[in-house]
Design a binder for this molecule. Structure first.
Ligand SMILES: [Ca+2]
Ligand SMILES: [Ca+2]
Ligand SMILES: [Ca+2]
Length: 351
């Protein structure tokens, strides 16, 4: 703009008929580099010389021509002014063109800046929106992070508990393993014992079979004996009894029984009492109170518990220390009698 003002100032000076005014006006002003076009050093020197009233530089060196303006100089001066005017006009056009171009460029730049501003505003809004979204998301992430921390703590606690439980289970597993081994050992031992027992059982079964066989043989022999029987002996409820056909005292009777591998009978049951009663004889039995009067004992030393005394017996009427079965009912047919009396006897096989 400063250049343009200088140009207009010079033009005004020219149209005012003072070609030197240009230099006067611009003497104290800085000349822009763009005005160099008008300030060719050679022309400027000529102008200065002309304006100063000095003749223009003349290669021929004629001083008379410089002091008095000649006609050719006027023509040159006029031509120079015309050229200068044309240049100024061209510069005006050029200036307008440059200005228009500059203005267009400025407009374009302004539009671009506005567009950029709009874009930047949009981007700023988007960035603000993004920032808000990011802030929300950060807050959500913070909340999620806190929840995850809490969950992590819970998981850590659960992990610790599960680790303890795992250790306890491991201990229990080891204990169970030991017990299993012990049980396995016991099982093996029991298996061996079972095998031994099985062997023993088999042996016992064989022995039982042998015993059964022997039993069957003995039963056959016994049946034969029962059918035949030793002379004077009678079988009653698996017990042999000898019933004498002659009479002896109680002591002789007992001695005879002993010699036969037996003893005077001991009555152990009502059935045996009935069996003896049914013989219908007066017979000595193995009961006496010789050791202590009134205290009756069987010949094997056992005391009398169940008795079948007849009437008021035992009455020891005639120093009676030995017992007999007399004739009478089963419920009461025992009598204490003198041991020296001779009666039949009945011997009972010893078991
Ligand atoms: Ca008996
Ligand atoms: Ca007596
Ligand atoms: Ca008596």
């Amino acid at each position: 703009m400063e250049m343009s003002e200088n140009i207009y100032t010079n033009i005004d000076s020219i149209f005012e008929g003072d070609p030197c005014g240009r230099r006067a006006a611009n003497r104290d002003e800085d000349i822009n580099e763009d005005s160099i076009i008008f300030q060719d050093s050679r022309d400027a020197a000529e102008d200065d010389d002309t304006c100063m009233g000095r003749p223009a530089a003349n290669p021929s060196g004629s001083k008379s021509l410089g002091r008095r303006p000649s006609r050719a100089g006027d023509v040159c001066w006029g031509l120079l002014c015309v050229l200068l005017l044309a240049g100024i006009i061209s510069l005006g056009f050029y200036r307008n063109t440059v200005m228009n171009s500059y203005k267009d460029n400025l407009t374009k730049e302004k539009n671009q800046l506005e567009t950029s501003n709009n874009n930047l505003t949009t981007e700023r809004d988007q960035l603000q929106t993004s920032y808000k979204n990011m802030t929300k998301k950060r807050n959500q992430l913070q909340v999620s992070y806190n929840k995850l921390r809490a969950k992590s703590s819970q998981l850590q606690t659960s992990y610790n508990i599960m680790t303890k439980e795992r250790d306890q289970l491991q201990t229990s597993y080891n204990t169970v393993n030991k017990e299993r081994d012990q049980l396995q050992t016991s099982y093996n031992t029991m298996n061996k014992e079972r095998d031994q027992l099985q062997t023993s059982y088999n042996n016992l079964a064989e022995e039982i079979d042998q015993l059964k066989t022997e039993r069957d043989l003995l039963q056959k022999r016994f049946s034969g004996l029962k059918r035949a029987g030793p002379k004077g002996w009678t079988l009653f409820q698996s017990t042999w009894y000898y019933i004498s056909s002659e009479v002896k005292s109680w002591d002789e009777s007992r001695q005879d029984c002993n010699e036969r591998g037996a003893d005077l009978v001991i009555i152990n049951s009502k059935e045996e009492q009935t069996f003896l009663t049914n013989l219908n004889k007066r017979i000595w039995i193995g009961l006496t109170d010789k050791d202590k009067e009134g205290t009756w004992k069987w010949v094997d030393g056992t005391p009398l518990t169940t008795s079948y005394w007849m009437g008021k017996n035992p009455d020891n009427k005639m120093e009676e220390d030995c017992a007999e079965i007399s004739i009478g009912p089963v419920e009461g047919n025992w009598d204490d009698f003198s041991c020296a009396t001779h009666l039949n006897r009945i011997c009972e096989q010893k078991h």
